[in-house]
Write a protein that binds this ligand. Sequence first.
Ligand code: BGC
Length: 703
Amino acid sequence: MTVQEKLGQLQQLTWTGDTGPGGGQTAETEAAARAGRLGSVLNIHGARNTNALQRIAVEESRLGIPLLFGLDVIHGFWTTFPIPLAQAASFDPEVSRRDAEVSAAETRAAGVRWTFSPMMDVTHEPRWGRIAEGSGEDPYLNAAFAVAKVEGYQGPADGSRLAADDRIAACAKHFVAYGGAEGGRDYNTVDVSEQRLRNHYLPPFKAAVDAGVATVMAAFNTVSGVPAHGNAHTMRTVLKDEWDFGGFVVSDYTGVEELIAHGFAEDGADAAALALTSGLDMEMVSTHFVDHGEALLDAGLITIEHVDEAVARILALKHALGLFADPYSDESAETTEPTAAARTAARETAARSMVLLKNEAAALPLDPATGSVAVVGPFADSTDLHGTWAGPGSHRFPSVSVLDAVRETAPAARVTHADADPARAAAAAREADVTVVVVGEDPALSGEAAVRSDIGLPAGQEELIAAVAATGTPYVVVLVNGRPLALGGWLDTAPAVLEAWHPGIEAGHAVADVLFGTVNPGGKLPVTFPRATGQIPVYYNHESTGRPYNPAHPDEKYVSRYLDLAEGPRLPFGHGLSYTTFATSDPVLSRDDITRAELEQGETVDVTVTVTNTGERAGDEVVQVYVHDVAASIAQPVRRLRGFARVTLEPGASTTVAFPLGAEDLGFWTNDPAGTFLVERGRVDVYAGTSSTAEARRTLRVL
Ligand code: BGC
């Protein structure tokens, strides 16, 4: 390969569409493919399109190296699954494996072999719109969902199924700490200690690398002053050296170019040198590697080894994906719509992701034989409940609306509809036996560059709920949203509230399944819901202060709290109700102490919890285990999730779940930049129950 051909492999251009600034680069793409100066293309799909472009690369370029086509398939290609944040609320990573498997098959059939997913940015910032794309505020939960998605897209960690016609390469993004953006403002500064980086932001990426993730995408933010795209500590030292990551690192959209705006690089050549030497392998959209690579080599500012390393990583993935054996896609195998089975999977996933926030006096489930139902609110008849960054299917296949699904589910009922107008909604409610109020956020309010400074319900919606409440007709509230919301005073009086998130293509069906009790909800919040936007950041896994709030002395002044807000979140991480009731036993430890030597050898302490369905319906409970290292050389979070299991139980049935706690669960990373993981002697409190506020506790001693 000539130097130009090598540099060409490091270039990715966007075919069409604009998932970042600027438009498509269709003409440049064809020319670059012909010249052998292009490695990859994003924002292209359709086997005919990809084959036509591939033919240029394979038949007209000197070496005929095939292109790698990539696309953001975040929660579905044709079949839109619920947003990732919703999937995390299922506390069942298997739902994300299914999403990834369905997505992989549909995407691969459309000529694309690489998705820019999963996103695993742990975040404490609900204002940040991209909270919708990840698995919420906990690293352990994010890691579990990241692994399920990577395996669902790619198959086993050894990459042996990557070339199969129903698999695609995954991309762990955004590396790293993107969720720490100050103020939740997208692309904003992140200043993060080494221990926070390693304990909080890195674990899902490490889990994804262990699961064999083929690629990693750099993040738009700085990491303690050094932009992620030029960060040798994160990309080279941690990812490639410490973790031995064998895939390649792709930039984010114009991320190399943005090193200039960051005030890190002087110009494009400088940006290319900084990115490449720091461990970035492929440049998305901007063209500084190819434009300046030769001059940088001549000037000795990069070495040929840097270039060769990146090329080898990229070609290795192309080989693993089978592109050299067969660069084309079978146009006759292309699918054009979701299969019935895929729709069923999306519907089940959406229902499984819903969280019953409140249910007083068994307001839910509704009776399908009810005489009349009013379905009101700005999203009552919405057919756009796909959520942010939905795939091509979202343009062709509208979501099932809640209104239509209620009509289908309660065929004998008189079902009426009113929109967002409070007076009309109240009039409809007055005539009905029960009212379903569907409120929340338009999908455009979450996702990239969709940041809100106030995360309450958008204007007019609380008034709408109040107007319905004032009629005296029983009502239930369904929330469709892409982030935690600061729910107003109406939450105190609403009889029942169902958090449905943005549920995807089968939205209405899944909502109706839960409202009418075909599905008993069992999801849990993967994020804390604050009392007010001004309370942010409020998250369950915070460190304690020297002056924590003490509920026994609620009037004490000199404690860490707000004067004008009650203490604690509105709804805690891990919270979620069911139509049945459960009792959980106190946790039992298999032993009361364990030595550090035993932990080092891989021994574990088992925490067992027995859960019983004490109600009258079959239902799901999520047993959760949290740990707290009582005194450590680095102050530890007051709780950290270290185990969860979603179980289904018939009425009266019990089951015992065991969670092994090992060194990984009991230790922590220090501030040593070279990476030191410590398990210290001392007491560790182990909590078990059904939310992050579980009180049942046992104490383990590490000797
Ligand atoms: C986003 C990435 C995405 C890329 C390509 C960027 O704006 O940050 O998550 O994969 O665009 O569409």
